[in-house]
Design a protein around this ligand. Structure first.
Ligand code: PEP
Length: 253
């Protein structure tokens, strides 16, 4: 039985006063939400982790970083290590988000190094994979996903048991164009099958979450799918009422 995971990715959003208002509304709204059997994670910009950690005092809410360095310490200006994120209360960290793969030229090798650093620091890496619209339309989707996934399987070996996989079709991120529940399920089940070629139990235990324009009105269809174990939510996570609705939607009709 895989636990349901709902992750808020704030990206480059939030500021001191926004965070205060968010934390207060979120904490009081959460009293009416049944989070049994699910984990809820907030990934704010790292600089605000301490502030939010102090404001959201709820043992059911976890924190995560949006990225970490592929190095552990030294002369790497601007970088943040897994150990630092852990020290600031993180349990999770996003790795290989497409916005980083594209804008920061993060290769599969860098993604693997980051995931390994996260695990060594005691964090759970949420490793993102996904294809562009051109790749999907030109039937290259499986090739792209295989290269991303195979790098993870080879680079992490048995440690794949300690990660979460996030399928985020790039064409659905921040575009309002969600993959249909069926499209997402098809890829999730394909990814699980591919992991299953390495190890059946690893595949069965692996949490594979979906991200890409998730909203409260498409949450239920997505979570009803057998291979969708949670959601990575960008834009909608910045609106407290919307994010709370997503957190409380129950899968299963
Ligand atoms: C994301 O940030 O990973 C994401 C899926 O964003 P959005 O929900 O805004 O598409």
């Amino acid at each position: 039985m895989r636990t349901l995971l709902i992750i808020a990715n704030w990206k480059l959003n939030g500021n001191w006063s926004f965070n205060e208002a968010y934390a207060s509304a979120f904490s009081s709204g959460l009293k009416d939400v049944d989070v049994t059997g699910r984990q809820i994670v907030i990934c704010p910009p790292s600089i605000y982790l301490q502030q939010l950690n102090a404001l959201i005092l709820n043992q059911d809410i976890y924190f995560g970083g949006q990225d970490l360095s592929d190095e552990t310490a030294g002369a790497f200006t601007g970088e943040i290590s897994g150990v630092m994120l852990k020290e600031f209360g993180c349990r999770y960290v996003l790795v290989g988000h497409s916005e980083r793969r594209v804008r920061h030229q993060e290769s599969n090798e860098i993604v693997v190094r980051k995931a390994l650093n996260a695990i060594s620091a005691g964090l759970i890496p949420v490793i993102c994979v996904g294809e562009t619209l051109e790749q999907r339309q030109s039937q290259q989707m499986h090739e792209v996903l295989s290269s991303q996934l195979d790098a993870i399987l080879q680079g992490l070996g048995e440690q794949v048991e300690q990660v979460v996989l996030a399928y985020e079709p790039i064409w659905a991120i921040g575009t309002g164009q969600t993959a249909s529940a069926e499209q997402a399920q098809e890829v999730h089940s394909w990814l699980r099958e591919r992991v299953g070629k390495k190890s059946h139990s690893m595949a069965q235990n692996l949490q594979i979450i979906y991200g890409g324009s998730v909203k409260s009105d498409n949450t239920k269809q997505l979570l009803n799918m057998p291979d969708i174990d949670g959601l990575l939510v960008g834009g909608s996570s910045l609106v407290v009422s919307e994010f709370l609705s997503i957190c409380q939607v129950n899968e299963g009709i």
